[in-house]
Ligand binder design. Sequence first.
Ligand code: ZN
Ligand code: ZN
Ligand code: FE
Length: 757
Amino acid sequence: MKRLRIRVEGAVQGVGFRPFVHRRAESLGLTGFVRNSPEGVVVEAEGEGERLAAFLAALSEEAPPNAAVRAIETREVATCGDTRFIVRESTTRGTRMAEVPPDLATCAECLRELFDPADRRHLYPFINCTQCGPRFSIIEDMPYDRARTSMRRFPMCAACGAEYGDPSNRRFHAEPNACRECGPSLALWRGDGSVLARAHEALLAAAAAIREGCIVAVKGIGGFHLVADAANEGTIAALRRRKRRPEKPFAVMFPTLPGVAQCCRLSPGEVALLTQPAHSIVLLRRQGGHIAPSVAPNNPWLGVFLPYAPVHHLLLSALQMPIVATSGNMSDEPIVTDEAEALAQLAGIAELFLVHDRPIVRPIDDSVARIVCGRELVLRRARGYAPAPVRAPGVAPGILALGGHFKATVAFSTAKGVVLSQHLGDLETAAARAAHQRATLDTVQLEAARPRLVVRDLHPDYATSRAADKLGLPVASVQHHVAHVAACLAEHGLRPPALGVAWDGTGFGPDGTIWGGEFLHLDGAGWRRIAHLRRFRLPGGDAAAREPRRAALGLLYEAFGDDAFAMTDLPPVAAFSGAEREVLRGMLARGANAPVASSMGRLFDAFAALAALRQRASYEGQAAAELEWAGDGYDGAPPYVLPLSDAPQGAAMVVDWQPALEAALEDLRAGAAAGRISARLHAGLAAAIAAVAVAAGERRVALTGGCFQNARLTAMTVAALTAAGLEPIWHRRVPPNDGGIALGQAAWQGWAEEKGE
Ligand code: ZN
Ligand code: ZN
Ligand code: FE
């Protein structure tokens, strides 16, 4: 007889791990206990040596599907002669090695019960079990126990308590366990907060209102959705007006997977992405179906997701049709999580409010992902992914990183990896900045550790830069594109050396120009700018990000000087009046309010404007996305040439776009389609990346920055680098856009410390 003390680290709480341990121990005739602790799951098991060995093997090999065992530590202790195996009360002391579990979509077993008239939870919208249900959105503190979640205000009834305490029940220690008798319930409210209906009546009335063309605010897992009939053009157009969101696509929730297949093309990878426990919004190719034009205007893709909370399943089973389900907020404001807030902020948008009384502890948006090069690429990392730690090698605990300004996140390095917060949005409003501040505190508190240093962007005017300076901690700054490259490496468990291709819209360059078309070499000694896109001016500064025609004019002016203003046959030039052109000429000639940029995002915008696709954008990245889509069907078009200049000693090489610009003008004047220009540009850029990488002599090439959300660019670049015998690295579960900046800041700082700086 032996007794082992076993500590299991990883994603082992909130996934049915203790019940699994209990069952396995009993089946092997072992005695002892299992309990949650901040350090992970702690087990003491007593029995024969062979049985203990089988038990240890089972812990990692047979763990429940949503668990991830990162490490198992064992030591022998004195035997106690226990007679049973039990689940013990959690302990709250110790280093927090257990991961905070993400929210999990309703599982198949719970779904079956939900629609089974004989089940006691028939049509109960808060059904869950150890394999599914809310987690991160209800957790107030760790270790994960009902007493430290927002479910603590719902004492379990006798029937729920019996399930919770029965080791053979699939709700054994299911922390949010609830039923109609004891758990949360639904209500349907009018805009003045008066109750229209309760419980299942509320759900049916909400469904009826949606069918009739109403917009209903629905409280879900991480916040409110605004829900409307996806086929009703009048309602969707009204939703756009009220939300002040003219064109940015809305996501559509379909009742079932076969329903999705009627509207969109589906690969096996996309099916897997739609149905994994995170249930993110997946970008899919449209191929028909009845979706109102205003849902995603002029967009060959549709953001699609499946019901992930019981309330969605019930609503969609009542409706039997796809619904728009978009974040309940005004543009640029954080998602609304609370009933009172919803009434105040969404009153002008929604007619009715389907609410419940289980508090949402923190706002969490839906995640967004797509398949690129045959695998998952997360574009917005939130529900279902956050706050899983990223195992960045060589990063010591205690580094707090506040991220950038757009698509902000917060990162905090811990003993189990760098914890990365959920997507917090653009910090353009006071409410968004306050939400970022709360998330910073929240991230630190959940780890119960003290940050010893804070990392910020170099940009002096970012809200996160000012917030970092006010924390009273030592402050370090990391250049924006260095952070992008570091994020890409860290997510894959890699570290420098590597060549980073960091392409995005804007980042603060240490030379006083705007960077965004960068080739950075990172190694043990630091980083060096190997090459960059040829610079051009952006007349109007920030206005150029909203008006691709300005980027185009800046590009033409850099290439042709004053002659650019006479090229009125070109759509972006013609899009300005004569008087406007005079103002812009003055700006460009004097360099006033026309910052110099090496921005690849703005180069894409400029080509989209030249190809007559778009002169003004109504959301970030719109023009570049339309250029990407235009290229469909033009594969194999010969690449434009973007030559690489020789660099004088020590200076960076320059990727020159002028020959590509001239060739594009020739194509345009010969009547070529926008798609041909798009395909030739993408192919040329991929070839230019491969040429720089070969010249740099670095085998590993990290592709990062918002431009690598572009599937065409990423796929062509990966192919070009592979053909050149190099090793391309691109993002997977950390977004290539600024959502990854906080992680990169923490990783780069960690690596700098390791060198002893
Ligand atoms: Zn379940
Ligand atoms: Zn109950
Ligand atoms: Fe960026």
